[in-house]
Design a protein around this ligand. Sequence first.
Ligand SMILES: Cc1cc2nc3c(=O)[nH]c(=O)nc-3n(C[C@H](O)[C@H](O)[C@H](O)COP(=O)(O)OP(=O)(O)OC[C@H]3O[C@@H](n4cnc5c(N)ncnc54)[C@H](O)[C@@H]3O)c2cc1C
Ligand code: FES
Length: 336
Amino acid sequence: MVTTPLAPSDYLDLVSPLRAGADLRGRIEAVHPETADAATVVIRPGRGWRGHTPGQYVRVGVDVDGVRLWRAYSLTSPPHRQDGRVTITVKAIPDGKVSNHLVRRATPGTLIHLDQATGDFVLPRAKPAKVLYLTAGSGITPVMGMLRATAFDDVVMVHSAPRPHDVIFRKELHGLVAAGKLKLVEVHTDTDGMLDIARLDELVPDWAERETWACGPAGLLDTAEEHWTEHGLRERLHTERFRPSVVVTGDGGEVTFSTTGRTVDADGATPLLDVGEEAGVLMPSGCRMGICFGCVTPLKSGAVRDLRTGEITEAEPGVLIQTCVSAAAGPCDIER
Ligand SMILES: Cc1cc2nc3c(=O)[nH]c(=O)nc-3n(C[C@H](O)[C@H](O)[C@H](O)COP(=O)(O)OP(=O)(O)OC[C@H]3O[C@@H](n4cnc5c(N)ncnc54)[C@H](O)[C@@H]3O)c2cc1C
Ligand code: FES
């Protein structure tokens, strides 16, 4: 009562935001440029941090221009670092709100919100004899987490980036090559063109014998999944996507955000998360690709379409939708 309207924990947050029992946060302690548009952010997580398995990602809540935005980033540090800190490595994308903020504007001392690490793009307990990492662009990040944590006798990485100086972690990768710990094939797409998956026979002749982890743009992952499936090897390929694969769109409709009191027209292809944010509605979010459930919201009336499957969900009491992968399918009311 003495501290109303603030709770005592709000005052404790001012002096000890990383203490045990507080909402999980982290303090940015350093930002190291990796390439012209990518940087590694060094974070000291609060006491509640339960650690991670290499390959997993963490949801990060960052305040950008007074709005808290949540995004997912793969952990690039090995687990149990002596100094207790973790790293994420972010590539700034054109018009990207959070990625540009973290790469170009974040400063040491800034507090960010964190969730526990999660994700199943991880190595198995029993080490495979031969490993292939197939990555492109920022898709190298979860694999770097694995490379730093686990040594294999026989590991090949095929990595695509526009030019040599766009390869994130290039110096470290070449150090591993020099130490005989990695075979690296760099594909520079500006000069070599996009990687044609059929070239794997030539680049990594024994690719089919390798347990493979792949991460990169949808085009690369779609063709890899087709290739491994055609050869009857789908279970040997593990993929991580940074964006959802949108397969079905349709007619949109008028979307009402009844709690905020906003109504806007939406097409049938734009996720309601983007529609709401664009309209200035406070929308919870996380991975923005249908895996973390950080965006679930009650659908009060109308219908929405799942952009990954085309499935229509109609409003009924208690129905929740994932706004990051759902678009309007006619008029609807979202409880935000
Ligand atoms: C499991 C997981 C792990 C991830 N790990 C990493 C990581 O380690 N490093 C990293 O840099 N990113 C990673 N991402 C992507 C990251 O979460 C954000 O999507 C990315 O940083 C863009 O956010 P933004 O706020 O800058 O862009 P927004 O402001 O959300 O979007 C700006 C524009 O870019 C488009 N866009 C959004 N995301 C992407 C994308 N990934 N590629 C191309 N265009 C996009 C949007 O459609 C929009 O037009 C990961 C995503 C997932 C789901
Ligand atoms: S934001 Fe992760 S499921 Fe929608």
